[in-house]
Write a protein that binds this ligand. Structure first.
Ligand code: BES
Ligand code: MN
Ligand code: ZN
Length: 514
């Protein structure tokens, strides 16, 4: 008898799904698929909606009369298989009061239009955009509307091997119809690059901890040289040489070696000081020996959301060839319990020379950031240094999922970030720092301990970071509440949000580009 071995070869689809085709063309309502037309408050049909109403012998007016749709901002009403049109459905989209429209609202409208048809067997979505009045440019509005739809259409399905055809999104193409379509297309080019950054960040955040660890993460980032970024991977040996004892302590319980990755985009003047973005990249946070509960650990693959935002931002800046010098520094570690893990009570020496008593190994993000913040200001002398981190559960208690926490040592920088937040919908709320909180870090055995005494958890973490920041204008964004969406919301489908990429791109555009 012979034994035969069968080697099953399974090819896992590892590429991103075919991207959504985005286009802009003339205001021609003869379109297959879903046709979106707009209605202002109090059922005021804009030109295209009025035209559709005429072509369908008044179906639009009758549908409105039979429903609660009044044209309020974000409302939708669907008309199926309308007589007199090629479209298989018409979607009425409420714009609300026209005088209150903003560019930021355009993105949310695009997301709403996409969401309204995403469950349907439709391949094409066309949005008819009639000329806007007032200060808004119809072309920019159209570009941002397309951007919003594109971001909402994101999905991560590479590990879904059994998805039925009817459960897969069928939409392939989104077209915005407007008179000034060539200007819209031009304005969209930068948003397309921005979306690449957001999507890259979301993909990183969604990857599970067994796939994305510090080593595989750093390898992926090395690939971004293709995008025009300079990438420098610091290995454990380098980190030891630099004296990054705080970061190394966090990663020492893991099988995967810690890494720090430095990304540079040099689009500004030669030798001009860069703006620096610094990210917490804990690829999995078990808590270490201060082990989390099973429930508390479920989300911890996305404890690298800060680093992903930094990576996505650099990618977006390179993609749109931003006229700025920017550096992105990410600290990649896995926080695991093992015989080699750091113990509560251990004392580590950070790159700054300051010693830290690690009383809770689950307060690890601040230890990682302590060393890379110090490294960043020391090596790059940046004009500003902004770090992003899923740092504390306490920021979720304080702000929920509506705002990220903002801590800053500089009011002008804080205001610039708050404004960029309002412009992009990635909003923040400023929180305090201060001597009174800093004194809670006193340790009997080292220069400081890594936790406080219970209260003000997010601020205690922030003042800890501040001990590793010198004169440079600095801001810390605690994104624990916004890095992952538990439900669909605006331009973010349930899951990884890519929060921070759009915010930082906007900040660079408005404050640091030549
Ligand atoms: N990664 C967590 C913070 C977190 C919690 C992010 C929930 C997202 C959702 C962080 O490393 C942590 O464990 N922080 C502790 C600090 C505490 C031990 C002082 C926390 O918030 O409980
Ligand atoms: Mn932790
Ligand atoms: Zn963490």
């Amino acid at each position: 008898m012979t034994c035969r071995r069968f080697f099953a070869v399974r090819l896992l689809q590892l590429e991103r799904p075919t991207p959504m085709k985005m286009s802009f063309s003339d205001l021609d309502l003869a379109k297959k698929g879903t046709l979106v037309v707009t209605v202002a408050e109090d059922r005021a049909l804009l030109a295209s909606a009025a035209q559709v109403d005429a072509l369908t012998q008044g179906a639009v007016a009758r549908a409105m009369a039979a429903s609660r749709f009044t044209g309020k901002f974000g409302q939708t009403l669907e008309l199926l298989a309308p007589v007199g049109l090629e479209a298989s459905r018409v979607l009425l989209l409420g714009l609300g009061k026209l005088a209150e429209l903003t560019d930021a609202k355009a993105e949310s409208l695009g997301a709403t239009a996409y969401a309204a048809v995403s469950g349907q067997p439709e391949t094409h979505l066309a949005v008819a955009l009639d000329p806007l009045t007032g200060d808004l440019s119809t072309a920019t509005f159209a570009a941002r509307l397309a951007h919003g739809a594109h971001l909402r259409a994101y999905r991560f399905d590479k590990y879904l091997t059994k998805q039925k055809a009817e459960d897969k999104p069928s939409l392939e193409k989104i077209t915005v119809l407007l008179a000034d379509h060539s200007a819209a297309k031009k304005a969209y080019a930068d948003f397309d690059k921005l979306a690449d950054g957001v999507i890259y960040a979301r993909d990183l955040v969604t990857e599970p901890g067994n796939v994305l660890n510090p080593e595989t993460y750093a390898d992926r980032l090395k690939d971004l040289e293709k995008a025009g970024l300079e990438i420098d991977v610091l290995t454990l040996k380098d980190l030891k040489k630099l004296g990054m004892g705080a970061l190394i302590g966090v990663g020492q319980g893991s099988k995967s070696e810690s890494r720090v990755v430095v990304m540079c985009w040099n689009g500004g003047k030669d030798g001009a000081a860069p703006v620096a973005f610094v990210g917490k990249g804990v690829t999995f946070d078990s808590g270490g020996l201060s082990l989390k509960s099973a429930k508390g650990m479920e989300d911890m693959k996305w404890d690298m959301g800060g680093s992903a935002a930094v990576v996505g931002t650099l990618l977006a800046l390179a993609g749109r060839k931003a006229k700025v010098n920017a550096v992105g520094i990410v600290g990649l570690v896995e926080n695991m319990p093992s015989a080699n893990a750091q113990r509560p009570g251990d004392v580590v020496t950070s790159m700054s020379g300051q010693t830290i008593e690690v009383l809770n190994t689950d307060a690890e993000g601040r230890l990682v950031l302590a060393d890379i913040l110090w490294y960043t200001q020391d090596r790059f002398k940046p004009v500003a240094m902004i770090n992003l981190a899923t740092l504390t559960g306490a920021i979720i208690t304080a702000l929920g999922h509506e705002h990220a926490g903002l801590f800053a040592n500089n009011d002008a920088l804080a205001d610039a970030i708050l404004t960029a937040g309002k412009d992009t919908g990635e909003t923040l709320w400023r929180m305090p720092l201060g001597e009174a909180y800093d004194s809670l870090l006193k340790s009997p055995i080292a220069d400081m301990k890594n936790i406080g005494d219970g209260g003000a958890g997010s601020t205690v973490a922030a003042v800890f970071l501040q001990r590793f920041v010198n004169e440079v204008p600095w801001a810390h964004l605690d994104i624990a509440g916004v890095a992952w969406a538990n439900k669909d919301k605006g331009v973010v489908p349930k899951g990884a949000s890519g929060w921070g990429v759009r915010l930082l791109d906007q900040l660079v555009k408005t404050h640091y580009e030549a």
